[in-house]
Ligand binder design. Sequence first.
Ligand code: B1H
Length: 841
Amino acid sequence: FAPQDTQVPDSGLVRVEDDRTGMSEQSLKRAIVDNLHYGQGKDNYFATPYDYYMAIARSMRDRLIKRRIQTARTHIQEDSKVVYYLSAEFLMGRYTGNSLINLGIYERVRKVLRESGLELDDLLEKEHEPGLGNGGLGRLAACYLDSLATLEIPAVGYGIRYEFGIFEQEIRNGWQAERPDKWLSFGNAWEVSLPEYRTEVKFGGHTESYTDTKGRYQTNWIPEHTVFGIPYDTPIPGYGVNTVNILRLWKAESSNEFDLDAFNAGDYLGAVANKMFSENISKVLYPNDDTVQGKELRLEQQYFFVSCSLQDIIRRHIYHYNSLDNLHEKSAIQLNDTHPSIGIAELMRLLIDVHQMDWEQAWHITQNCFAYTNHTLLPEALERWSVNLFGRLLPRHLEIIYEINFRFLSEVRKRYPGDNERIARLSLIEGEGADKKVRMANLACVGSRKINGVAALHTKLLQQDVLRDFYELAPEKFINKTNGVTPRRWLLLGNPRLSNLITEKIGEAWITNLDELRKLEQFADDPQFRQTWREIKQANKQDLAAYIERKNHIQVDTNSLFDVQVKRLHEYKRQLLNVLHIITLYNRIKRNPNEDILPRTFIFGGKAAPGYFIAKLIIKLINSVAAVVNDDPSLEGRLKVAFLSNYNVSMSQQIYAAAELSEQISTAGKEASGTGNMKFALNGALTIGTLDGANVEIREEVGAENFFLCGLTTPEVYELKAKGYNPQEYYQSNSELQEVIRLIACGHFSDGDSQLFRPLLDSLLYNDKYMLFADYQSYIDTQDRVSQAYRQEDNWTRMSILNTARMGKFSSDRAISEYCKEIWHVEPVPVEFKEYSPEDM
Ligand code: B1H
């Protein structure tokens, strides 16, 4: 076994050989040189590593575009039903490595480059990661696009081409600081703009009614201004197939017509102001995860991309079928949370006002096109727009929503006569008078044929709690779709050492059928296999240790347990509970320097929303504890803490490969699913976790004996809350906990400043909304069990192998197959590859 051997197997997908877009070493080399020359204007003397990266990316894009065209033609020829995945976020990570993998030519390209003294993996790191998402929700959309293409499902991802993605995080003096993410400043080799498909979107103004020539009552929306959306397409290749779908993102540009009017009226500055308004719309991603900010620009963004996308769907449908009557038979539109749910009113408007359909037919089509995925139980994440703001920006949509509501509530009244409280809860409109709100989740439920949660527990809680009234009204609409992650990025690309071992032992079928990993179970007791398994984890840990040394200047012991919590910073995810454990261990060593404590490296990563003060203070605490712990000679290096700044998709790939313990410790009932939990276990980390989200199902799959369970269950959390939770009861009776809190309080980690962390301590001592104190002892006890287990190296390795072997269920291929069968009713459409010939011109 050689640690530097990180080869990825070729998938054997070689279907074309020509000089422009072929896959032979010869044509690859030729393409890269040509793109360097004609794309970057450089030769090997002037070219920088970035130029080489661009040349490789463009060479891959050329190969994908050929297949894209063939895919599009096949979908039209076969009258295929198409899935449209509408999402405000797509957290794609770097494209180029993934494209090489999916085309099956990673190793070949590496070899070709090596012959010229270039290292592929170094060049791939030059790609600026497109961070067009916050966290799990955006990354899920990206995994689903990969699986849709791999399963040969006709699909388009629709979203926003943000000029600035998720901010870049820096740590200054222990605090998070944000910098803009200028991901486009050196150009994007992967996108193709299609200005000929630009789409106009209206905003503001008022509505007028009139009677058309056939005597029908019609409404006209006279906007205050209009904006253009320009589509930018990125190819999405499936693994080992010819299908290449697209991700179509919209960029906002000012509409010239309007500017010209202003110019003609002599209002130069007014025209420029309008241009600025327009182009602001796709400027920046809102950096909140699991909370909403009811800002006007955010609603503008949502309406902008949804309107562009629906007009695009309708344009293509009419072009193909010359009618909209069968729109719902040929399109399945998925709403990724409520962020695109304005689409329900927009499709009604387009069908009724623009295409003169009657209400009943339009409503039938709309309800049968849409399905809605809910991603959260947190009340602060439920989108509600003030009716005032809504009516100002989208006057026609407010009328349509009132009409939908009127018709819906009359049905409800028939079913529950006199049950006014229920009617008020189901209404699309909340409250009275000046602060009335439009409830987007209610709109999404009423306008969709299916509603799904993202893990079994989450779906159950939706039915019992957040969406209970809708469940009682239409139980047949509700369905669970447990999340999944793509094994191509999260194992094959991210952990080449482990992938190679697996393929060597069980063949490569696991790459598209993750259940095949079960075949690893037979090696769980094989000493030789265990040894290799350990060596691979060790090699990955060394790589990560080198990264930590380079970035954080912290030396970590690669024989220590790598205990990792990487995810967005949020109180409910309880990074603070992890910190309480670290300080507990610190105190134990201080109390008894000879105590036999398992050496651990605590690794954290994650961004806090810029306006989320408490989350930012938790980052400061982690870094403050790190500063004290890492430098204390009396610990003899047994505890190290590293906060890795600017956690993103690329960094996460390396972290999952090196992790041994995965921290999934949210308060039960708060994390809808989690997807990091799946990526860790797939890479052989063991989980310490609560019975929350998909943890429940992970534990079921890997077996309770291979999972470290801690904390209250959801019913226990509810019960405790109901009877009146008092953190003091837990605090007063727990001396180890008291010691931890007092150490923070006395300023031990803040140079004697006893005020700095007061807001954290006060919230724990007097409120503790997320019940850290209630779970503290259980968490500590479980961590002690983890330490004992880690010392039994052979058994730990066995558990690690079994975790990987039993992750089949959490492939996004499984999730997407279920969506296809049970929600979208779409079938695979295989794409043949056809050679171009000069006669095709
Ligand atoms: C999830 C969000 C989210 N749930 C609002 N909700 C946002 C809400 O910008 N906003 O306004 C952005 C994101 N994100 C996550 O979705 C859940 O917390 C995870 O548990 C889940 O795994 C993930 C994917 O389903």
